[in-house]
Design a protein around this ligand. Structure first.
Ligand code: MN
Length: 433
């Protein structure tokens, strides 16, 4: 039976010993500390009993490469190839008459987003934030759907702040609606199938519905139901959906917020969503994703890893594994080296394929590209600083960069000189007799 929704995936994680359920009562302010601990332990965590709140909350369903491997049903090394294969075959969504996400419906004065235990993520954040919501809108000109994940600050019982900015598609679509002087309807789905989340953070060209990619990744159409108060559709098996509207020319202060780089983004004038309805399962499981966490990075990394993989594979390199974790500005690539200077070609291809990439480290196939400690070991014992380091000045990098920290590149060849494997055989523990 295919994994149809988050609950099915939870069952897979549980079977593989990856879930810690916390049944003792915790306060909402204790949650971030426990989340951090569980992230270190590579465990999904479910808070079943939160003081003052009725609903359950979970975090870290993608707490490492192993979790992605479970979501795709393949080995850690094959996740990128599997992703590429499936993403190339998008499948249109399918309408169904009803779904569990509409078991309970709140409208009008019954709407209160603050009753749900969304947390304060970082010490100086402006307040509680929704961080794992798939934001669904429709282009007012073409009618094509767009899906993205945006941070949202809880501001009142029926009001949330939404961060968006062109060229991000949601920002472009809002600007179109604003120019037409039309409100933009928005639905936010929380508690999603992990592959839907992967699809939601991809960056296909403008005009591609990310949920068709979700269908491709799932290998079957994503089932959708009609919203109750707006003209949009949402995943039928999500846990909770917020239906609402963004009016033209409305902005409010939002932030600060601790973002994916591990720094605070300052207070900004941002958009405001007015909630018309909340629909949900009887007992919804609410998801939070901490920006910059292992989970967040694995989500953000995958489509970018595919981009880099394609380009590096184009050099005919024999790639064993490739990783943009634990920070998507740095890539580790393990190869079976065929030519002495091959790492340089690999590095150039990688930089050419993904502009945010700042550091690229090439290691041999006996090094675990998914383990930064192993990669650092290879740099320490196999890199030749006078020959194996390439610095590329003045290149395009991550754009939010007032001090030009990201507009140049560093390539590191940490591979063993060809034909010298006998000198570099890694020691292993002796086998027990
Ligand atoms: Mn898009």
């Amino acid at each position: 039976m295919a994994v149809q929704d988050l609950r099915d995936f939870f069952a897979v994680l549980e079977k593989n010993g990856k879930v810690d359920k916390i049944s003792k009562e915790v306060t909402i302010s204790e949650i971030p500390v426990v989340m951090r601990q569980k992230e270190k332990e590579a465990k999904t965590v479910l808070f079943e009993n939160i003081a003052g709140y009725k609903n359950k909350l979970f975090n870290n369903i993608l707490g490492g490469r192993d979790f992605l491997a479970l979501a795709f049903g393949c080995s850690r090394e094959d996740v990128i190839k599997e992703y590429m294969k499936r993403a190339e075959n998008p499948i249109e969504t399918k309408m169904v008459a009803e779904g569990p996400v509409q078991e309970k419906i709140f409208t009008g004065d019954d709407v209160d987003i603050k009753q749900f235990p969304f947390i304060v993520h970082s010490a100086k954040d402006a307040g509680r934030y929704i961080t794992a919501g798939m934001v669904i809108v429709r282009d007012p000109e073409t009618g094509v759907r767009n899906v993205s994940i945006n941070r949202m600050q809880l501001k009142g019982p029926n009001k949330i702040g939404v961060r968006m900015m062109p060229p991000q598609h949601l920002g472009v679509i809002y600007e179109k609606a604003e120019k037409m002087d039309k409100p933009l309807e928005v639905a936010v789905a929380i508690g999603n199938h992990p592959l839907d989340l992967v699809a939601a953070v991809t960056s296909p060209p403008f005009g591609v519905d990310e949920l068709t990619i979700a269908g491709g990744l799932r290998g079957e159409p994503l089932e959708m139901v009609k919203c109750k108060t707006i003209d949009l559709e949402v995943p039928a098996r999500a846990e909770l959906v917020i239906e609402g509207v963004l009016y033209p020319r409305e902005r409010e202060k939002e932030g600060p917020f601790g973002d994916f780089m591990g720094y605070y983004v300052p207070v900004m004038e941002n958009h405001v969503m007015h909630i018309k309805a909340i629909t949900m399962r009887q007992d919804p499981l609410l998801q939070v994703i901490k920006a910059g966490s292992i989970e967040d990075t694995h989500l953000l990394a995958l489509s970018r890893e595919a981009q880099v993989y394609r380009a590096v594979a184009g050099t005919n390199a024999k790639i064993k594994a490739l990783s943009l974790c634990p920070m998507i500005f740095t890539c580790a690539i393990s190869i079976e080296k065929q030519f002495e200077e091959e790492a340089k070609n690999v590095i150039m291809a990688a930089f050419g394929s993904y502009s945010w990439l700042k550091t690229c480290i090439v290691v041999d196939h006996d090094v675990d590209a998914f383990d930064p400690v192993d990669v650092w070991w290879a740099v320490s014992t196999r890199m030749r600083p006078d020959k194996g380091v390439i610095v590329i000045p003045n290149a395009v990098g991550f754009p939010r960069d007032p001090h030009k920290l990201h507009q140049s590149k560093l390539g590191i060849d940490a591979t063993v000189p060809m034909g010298n494997w006998d000198e570099y055989e890694r020691i292993t523990v002796p086998l027990k007799e």
